[in-house]
Design a protein around this ligand. Structure first.
Ligand code: TRP
Length: 331
């Protein structure tokens, strides 16, 4: 039954509510790749990565559950993908440790995400935060994934994963293949309140649209969204961001081209674009929200799906670890 489909792996942190930036930047793609039938798809909620930033136990537990529901509501299908929680498969931490022992500190020190997060969380610059990329490499390589869909901010980590592959293969014997990144097509969404920053939960309610936001909340957030100051030559490209968002949902070029044209000429009427944009988002989220509601009523079902996913992941992960252990001399 062996087929030669490439394996895709991607992970998402258990950050609580999903927002449109996550949806368009990652999830929509995950689902499309799953449904294309071209790949074996493996997706994880990376809870061990989540604790590199301080988080209360109850909140984390809730976030993991909520994220699972959100992912399934967006179309992740346990029949088509292996879908699980990272910490349920202990091989992730085991392989990360082994990678630690060939990974130069100097390489980790170059990581932009580490430098940024260390600045943001000055009181909690922990070793896990520093070592984040070793665990991420383990996530990918345990499943011999060769395609990793991510946003551009994670590219450096996948580049480091390729270095780890070369080091491992040279040092202990050829086992892993270098994975490539698959950048998401959608431009990254910026905060609605401050379009110089990436859309993120950290920037507060007004900066993002959650997949669970009601129609009224969506209308309100879009109507208040910052547009361009000083026309399209202004530094703050909130208008561009709204247009990107619109284009992400509206496939019809007849409609988007007109707005693009107006935008270029500095004539875009936000009083027209904004209500349309709000409606488009509200309609796109409707089926996701309906599915979300249904799943939220059935927590045991969600737990069962995650357990089943972990079991399937473990079969592959333990096989890889057994090979690693032999090469390293642990067996
Ligand atoms: N670091 C990724 C992010 O913040 C999440 C992640 C963890 C991941 N492990 C991964 C992504 C493996 C791709 C592959 O978005």
């Amino acid at each position: 039954m062996a087929d030669n489909k490439e394996t895709i792996f991607s992970g998402i942190k258990a950050t609580g509510k999903l927002h449109l930036g996550n949806y368009l930047g990652a999830l929509k793609n995950w689902v499309e790749m799953q449904n294309s039938g071209e790949y074996k798809t493996i997706y994880a909620i990376v809870d061990l990565h989540s604790i590199t930033i301080d988080i209360a136990a109850d909140e984390l537990r809730q976030n993991i559950h909520d994220m699972a529901i959100d992912l399934m509501a967006c179309g992740l299908d346990p029949e088509k993908s292996i879908f699980f929680v990272q910490s349920h498969v202990k091989e992730h931490t085991e392989l990360a440790w082994i990678f630690n022992c060939i990974l130069p500190v100097a390489e980790l020190e170059k990581m932009t995400q580490y430098k940024d997060k260390a600045k943001q969380h000055k009181k909690n610059v922990n070793a896990g935060l520093f070592d984040y990329p070793a665990l991420m490499a383990a996530d990918i390589l345990l499943y011999h994934a060769t395609v990793v869909p991510i946003g551009e901010d994670q590219d450096q980590h996948v580049e480091l994963t390729r270095k780890i592959v070369r080091k491992f293969n040279n040092h202990w014997g050829k086992l892993f293949e270098e994975p490539k990144t698959k950048m998401t097509r959608t431009p990254r969404l910026m905060s609605l309140a401050d379009p110089t920053k990436k859309m993120s939960k950290d920037l507060g309610e007004k900066s993002y649209i959650a997949l669970s936001d009601s129609a009224d909340v969506i209308r309100e957030k879009i109507s208040k969204a910052v547009t361009d100051t000083g026309g399209n030559k202004g530094k703050v490209n909130g208008g561009r961001n709204l247009l990107d968002l619109f284009t992400a949902f509206v496939d019809d070029e007849n409609i988007t081209a007109k707005f693009e044209e107006d935008y270029k000429n500095g004539e875009l009427q936000y009083s027209k674009l904004k209500p349309m944009l709000a409606n488009v988002i509200i309609n796109a989220l409707k089926p996701i929200q309906a599915k979300r509601k249904e799943l939220a009523k059935n927590p045991d079902y969600v737990t069962a799906i995650l357990n089943q996913g972990a079991q399937r992941a473990r079969v592959i992960a333990s096989q890889t670890m057994s090979e690693v252990r032999k090469l390293v001399g642990l067996e």
